[in-house]
Unconditional design. Structure first.
Length: 224
């Protein structure tokens, strides 16, 4: 099973043997503990639940502490194989409860999907949030450089109300974002780090979920 939880680190540049330079993100992924295997017969769906991030025992309630078999884990996440979500056969071999998953499950060249919560940017206007160009700077107008323009009220197309889905100012960021088809450039088991091509959502220290793509899982199955 190619799935692990980690925290986002700094960005760097990685050079290949051919001399190509790749912008990359370092993800620190300490070994994850498998805390539960969910089955169709009992829970109604197939998934693997893992826990990661050591914390103080006093910060974990008794239910979580007992569920993790006496380990104070900070984060819990589930991984559902896409084939199982579509009602087909499970593509990955599930590990046993209590076993650990580390970065060695990945290999250089694997394609992965990385999910995390993006940086929060607060309340933003339409120019920053949606890329509006703003109003003209001439022809007698002022104070309209970053205004949104008409929102279609006053008995127009929506009958005197603002149409649903209208792009306006509002809260920006702090959304769950998934970036697909990123490549594993380096696997460093001695430090528990993965070097992933491109940018990863979130700030430094953000919890990220790294899962192998379906193509990578099929290749692993074919090799077996």
């Amino acid at each position: 099973m190619k799935f692990i939880l980690g925290t986002k680190g700094k960005m760097t540049t990685v050079y290949t043997e051919e001399g190509r330079a790749f912008a990359a993100t370092i993800v620190v992924a300490a070994p994850n503990t498998v805390t539960q295997i969910k089955s169709t017969e009992k829970e109604g769906y197939t998934a693997v639940q893992v826990g990661a991030g050591d914390t103080k025992e006093g910060r974990v309630n008794k239910a979580q502490f007992g569920h993790a078999k006496g380990k104070a884990l900070k984060h819990f996440r589930e991984m559902r194989p896409r084939a199982a979500m579509r009602g087909g056969d499970v593509v990955a071999d599930f590990p046993e409860v209590g076993s650990t998953i580390d970065v060695s499950v990945f290999a250089v060249g694997d394609k992965v999907t990385v999910s995390a919560v993006s940086k929060g940017k607060g309340f933003q206007g339409v120019v920053k949030r949606h890329g509006f160009h703003g109003g003209p700077r001439s022809h007698g107008q002022k104070h309209s450089e970053r205004s949104p323009g008409s929102i279609g009220g006053g008995g127009g197309r929506a009958g005197g109300r603002v149409a649903k889905g209208m792009r306006m100012a509002g809260r920006m960021g702090s959304d769950r974002v998934s970036v697909r088809n990123l490549s594993i450039l380096q696997v460093l088991p001695e430090t528990g780090e993965l070097v992933i091509s491109g940018a990863v959502p979130g700030r430094r220290g953000t919890l990220v979920e790294i899962r192998g793509s379906e193509a990578t899982l099929r290749q692993a199955q074919d090799k077996k």
